[in-house]
Design a protein around this ligand. Structure first.
Ligand code: NAP
Ligand code: ZN
Length: 347
């Protein structure tokens, strides 16, 4: 066992504080990684505060991890000591169900192991995430990171990047498609950059007028204020796709009506409260409401390579680990431009 330093939530209503725990020694297929940067995802907040239920304390969040390989097991062929690598939202899965066999480990039929607050495949230990000095991960779930891009700006690609890239690819978003991105936060800003890079005509749908200039800089052709009733009425039947990244409960019906016939609204934001949806939103215009969870290992590597090739990174504000509680408050207040990333050297 190796003792690692970390930051943990000890209870839903407590701030994160310094914590230490033991990580397993790298096994034959494992890679040990010294963490350099870890992004701060809204899922970290949902989990630390037990908003989705089921949080096991102490909880160490963090699933946008970039670091250097420090040790490898004897079977590890993909990586060597000193390589720059990444770890995203999950660190293991059954590896034999039909989804795992189709590079869709995120939908493992036997339950994948997420990077934090998740049951390991031994069905005993609960995982602890990237707000820590080191992590040990089986090689299949470790990603190669190009040294071409600044690593602190690459870290958020491991969740915000792949969560938006995967549905854009799955639903085949292409040049000329009109897509509305709802919510300009961590996921939203990556959605705008990625959809624009694929040639789509992006409209930012935001409740924050102050983000209009940024939306244009990120690649959105239009900016529409969702709090304005007249604007929303004018937007009826406008989009082929809507990608909804909002973290809090809101009325999906208001957005479904903005789709053209056969339009698809893709939910990636994960509010803790359910929202009722009217049957007429689907019947009128044959519209669909769908969801998507991060992306598989193969697709995550594809996304990282795509971003390196197209020079796409996240807009980040680098923080010290002792600013994490303030970063949570600012994220909740919508005051994030557009991802906090922890410099783990400050741990
Ligand atoms: P974030 O940075 O906090 O961004 C969320 C954005 O949603 C905000 O910037 C804001 O944008 C909008 N928003 C927030 N509260 C709102 C409200 N009450 N009403 C309307 N709009 C509101 O969060 P994030 O890290 O991007 O994560 C977004 C959500 O995705 C979270 O629920 C997270 O758990 C989930 N998630 C899902 C997956 C997946 O695999 N599906 C992966 C990662 C994260 P505006 O100010 O522009 O309106
Ligand atoms: Zn995340």
């Amino acid at each position: 066992m190796t003792l690692v330093k970390a930051y943990a939530a000890q209870a839903a209503d407590k701030q994160l504080t310094p914590y230490s725990f033991d990580r397993r020694e790298p096994g034959t297929d494992d890679v040990e990684i010294k963490i350099l940067y870890c992004g701060v995802c809204h899922s970290d907040i949902h989990t630390a505060r037990n908003e989705w239920g089921g949080t096991v304390y102490p909880a160490v969040p963090g699933h946008e991890i970039v670091g250097k390989v420090t040790r490898v097991g004897t079977n590890v062929s993909k990586f060597k000591i000193g390589d720059t690598v990444g770890v995203g939202c999950f660190v293991d899965s059954c590896m034999h169900c039909s989804n795992c066999n189709n590079d869709l480990e995120q939908y493992c039929e036997n339950g994948n192991t997420q990077t934090y607050n998740s049951l390991s495949q031994d069905k005993q230990t609960i995982t602890l995430g990237g707000y820590s000095s080191h992590i040990v991960v089986t090689q299949h779930f470790v990603l190669s990171i190009s040294d071409k891009l600044p690593l602190e700006k690459v870290a958020p690609l491991l969740c915000a990047g792949i969560t938006t890239y995967s549905p854009l690819r799955h639903w085949g978003i292409k040049a000329g498609d009109k897509i509305g991105v709802v919510g300009l936060g961590g996921l939203g800003h990556m959605a705008v950059k990625l959809a624009a890079s694929m040639g789509a005509e992006v409209t930012m749908l935001s409740r924050s007028k102050s983000k209009e200039k940024d939306a244009a800089r990120l690649g959105a052709k239009h900016f529409k204020l969702t709090t304005d009733k007249d604007t929303m009425a004018e937007l009826a039947n406008s989009f082929n796709f809507i990608l909804d990244t909002v973290s809090a409960a809101h009325d999906y019906n208001e957005y479904l009506g903005l789709l053209k016939s056969d339009g698809v609204m893709i939910i990636v934001g994960a509010p803790s409260e359910p929202t009722p949806v009217s049957a007429f939103q689907f019947i009128l215009g044959r519209r669909s409401l769908v969801g998507s969870l991060v992306g598989g290992v193969k697709e995550t590597q594809e996304m990282l390579d795509y971003c390196a090739e197209h020079n796409i990174t996240s807009d980040v504000e680098v923080i010290n680990i002792n600013q994490i509680n303030e970063a949570y408050e600012r994220t909740l207040a919508g005051d994030v431009h557009y991802r906090f990333v922890i410099d783990m050297a400050t741990l």
